[in-house]
Design a protein around this ligand. Structure first.
Ligand SMILES: Nc1ncnc2c1ncn2[C@@H]1O[C@H](COP(=O)(O)OP(=O)(O)O)[C@@H](O)[C@H]1O
Ligand SMILES: [Mg+2]
Length: 386
């Protein structure tokens, strides 16, 4: 039996670089060497693609000087990984993961490996937002997860909300604001936000993750600060009405055109909200699996998760995150994460475990779904034939 050649991509340019390395560790451990021939590709904080012996370990330790540069041309006639061989790399550029080492001259390009499936294990901008997926489409390769549109809409909190509204999926009231509006007339922006309802509000950059740049605003002065903070990270800012006594319920979705939803789980943030510190610093945010909410509510949540998944043309997987108001049990969809945290103790795979699918079965299934999606794409005609 020929082994399937899989390239696992990790690291990346986003603030979730380190989280990605942790997710990749689990994915690599789950890929059965009897079935798969694996190439590890690490992407530095500067966007350089590197591979070599134990790439992941080299990224974790920061000792990447033995690794080689690799590229995927956006050209279907060369849809393989190519190694860029550089005779010399300036010494000062050989040490840090974050240094750009690609300014050399006289590179030689050599084919490294044909790849059957690319497996991006990258979170946030330049990995989960459709940009990488665009390159993979240009190269005409099979890849795990959502395509360009699903990834981009899943990442953009502004467009995502409009698509949910159009599909009658409940979401919290929100307002999209441009950075330029905040810079020109902050008072008018604040007046418009206050028309949404009572404090608290949440201010968020439209395209980011891991709660970076997000503030809970309990007063007018908080709101001014929250808007400015969010505007540091994006040109477009979302303001949302805060859900009071919120329970955070998550569900895993898997599949292409006929997606399935797992049991629901609940997150118990260690702080006032599920902030960056609560996610990654404290290490004490709890997961409750399965969620203790009544079946009537969790069934509805699963149904909304599948509708939302289809609405953005998601594929492969997504974790759908909901808010449930504790006293009224009102449900709001917060977001779909198209490349959710994927360590063996992350919510996404744990919800599947609780639904009867092991981590390695899940990884196998995602690879099958990537191949299935590629076959569907191969059926699509791109030009009119006479
Ligand atoms: N409208 C809201 N009402 C109540 N809590 C919220 C609201 N929006 C965000 N939060 C809190 O902030 C956290 C991060 O917001 P989220 O939109 O999920 O951003 P990210 O994409 O960075 O995960 C949520 O998990 C929740 O704890
Ligand atoms: Mg979130």
């Amino acid at each position: 039996m020929n082994k399937l050649r899989v390239a696992v991509l990790f690291g990346g340019r986003s603030g979730e670089h380190d989280v990605s390395l942790m997710s990749a560790r689990s994915v690599l451990a789950a890929l059965d060497p009897k079935k798969y021939e694996v190439t590890q590709v690490g992407i530095t904080l500067d966007g350089e693609w590197l591979t070599g012996h134990n790439t992941l370990d080299a990224f974790v330790s920061g000792n990447i000087k033995e690794l080689n540069r690799v590229i995927l041309p956006g050209d279907p006639s060369h849809s393989a990984l190519y190694e860029l061989q550089m005779p010399t790399r300036p010494k000062e550029q050989q040490d840090k993961v974050s240094k750009v080492a690609g300014r050399d001259h006289g590179e030689v390009i050599k084919k490294l490996a044909d790849i059957d499936v690319f497996f991006p294990v990258l979170h946030g901008p330049f990995g989960e937002d459709g940009t990488l997926q665009g390159l993979l489409e240009l190269a005409d390769v099979a890849y795990v997860g959502a395509g360009v549109v699903g990834s981009a809409v899943g990442m953009d909190k502004g467009i995502f909300k409009d698509v949910m509204r159009a599909n009658n999926i409940p979401i919290v009231d929100s307002l999209l604001i441009l950075r330029s509006e905040i810079e020109n007339d902050l008072n008018t922006v604040i007046e418009n936000v206050e028309k949404l309802g009572a404090y608290p509000f949440f201010a968020k950059p439209a395209n980011l993750g891991s709660s970076v740049g997000i503030s809970k605003c309990n007063s007018r002065s908080d709101l001014g600060e929250g808007l400015l903070e969010a505007a540091r990270y994006d040109r477009r800012i979302i303001i949302e009405r805060g859900v009071g006594k919120v329970r955070e319920v998550e569900v895993s979705v898997l599949g292409n055109e006929d997606p399935q939803a797992s049991v629901c789980g609940e997150v118990l943030p260690s702080r006032e909200f599920y902030s960056y510190e609560s996610k990654y610093v404290d290490g004490t945010s709890g997961l409750v699996i399965p969620s203790q909410l009544p079946d009537q509510i969790t069934d509805k949540i699963r149904e909304y998760a599948i509708s939302a998944y289809k609405a953005i043309d998601c594929a492969g997987m997504a974790r759908a995150d909901f808010f449930v108001e504790d006293d009224t049990l009102k449900i709001y969809l917060n977001e779909l994460n198209t490349l959710p945290g994927f360590t063996s103790i992350s919510m996404y795979p744990k919800l599947w475990q609780a639904s009867g699918m092991t981590y390695s079965e899940l990884v196998d299934r995602l690879i099958e779904l990537a191949l299935e999606r590629k076959r569907q794409r191969d059926h699509t005609q791109h030009r009119r034939t006479a």
